[in-house]
Design a protein around this ligand. Sequence first.
Ligand code: ZN
Ligand code: ZN
Length: 390
Amino acid sequence: MAPQREWFEKDYYAVLGLQKGATEKEITRAYRKLAKEHHPDANPGNKDAEEKFKDISAAYDVLGDAAKRKEYDEVRNMVASGAGNPFAGAGGGGGFANGFPGGGNIRFETGDMDDIGGLGDILGNLFGRGRRGGATTRQPGAGPRRGGDLEAEVHLSFDDAVRGATIAVQLTGAAPCHTCGGTGAAPGTVPQTCPQCNGVGTQAVDQGPFSFSQICPRCGGSGRVVDKPCATCGGGGAETRTREVKVRIPVGVADGQRVRVKGKGTPGNNGGPPGDLYVTVHVAPHSLFGRRNNDLLLRVPVTFSEAALGAEVKVPTLDGSVTVRIPPGTTSGKTLRVRGRGLPKAAGGAGDLLVTVDIVVPQTLSDEQRQAVEALAATDSANPRAHLGV
Ligand SMILES: [Zn+2]
Ligand SMILES: [Zn+2]
């Protein structure tokens, strides 16, 4: 008989008013006494008694049969060993697998479980839940595992950020062994298929009514063994060293931007892929230019007469100079746009150069200038502060 879902939920010993170690005699005696007491014939129309009688019968059906009782006890032991009631919601964190002794390395083999009927469904559900939980599936040594992501920072000049650059980043940490290239096998040899698990990485372990798969102790889950280990890494395939990664910084990168370098993180385990490297870019400010996205910002001082009369002024760009026409009557703070002379865009094209006009006032005046300005002042007619109402 297959273990039943009910076995996880019901304490048959308690139903019969017994302790777990009860003898066969005690079980039979308790059953007879309770069955007589709650028998439907003795309690006509009493629904509670009817339910109780069913429970008692179910309990005795299992506990009264030595073979069934043994299986039931094994199920109950597992529940008691920490897994709790596997049907009681999502509590208990990582799920059922963690409840087993050394559970971190044991996982359910759903394929085997299907062979034992109802239980397969139960454990299939549990397994599904554990999978989503994450912790139970990221077991150390359990088959291929992706390496971790790494973080690094680079400092770029404004010009390098504008034009893009290739920067060498030094990373110290786990890296594929430089002698064996990460295989763990001595030079001239290659890893062999593990003879104990035939390359599967797991092996079946019988535990009472269950069949589990356990990480193969011979190969640690990789499915491969190394006859002659690499002397540099001792067969592990990884070593701690400083490696240099060339990071291509795209054109027009902005301060604080993160650049992903695929596959340059920590090496994977057991043939899993490596993680990624994320490089945070710091861009030094420019002595002249500011920046807003792909637009380049520049403040340009102009004299009062240039602003009043209009002028053509030469301004620098990232690439040579350009002449900007200041229209007559330009006010201080006005921004003029020079299309296409901003920062190159990664996708092609470029942003604009935004020229903000700063009208400068001379700190000293020659006699000639003073007379000219006084003559100008004498012509002022309108009050520019009239709108302030004072
Ligand atoms: Zn090596
Ligand atoms: Zn193996």
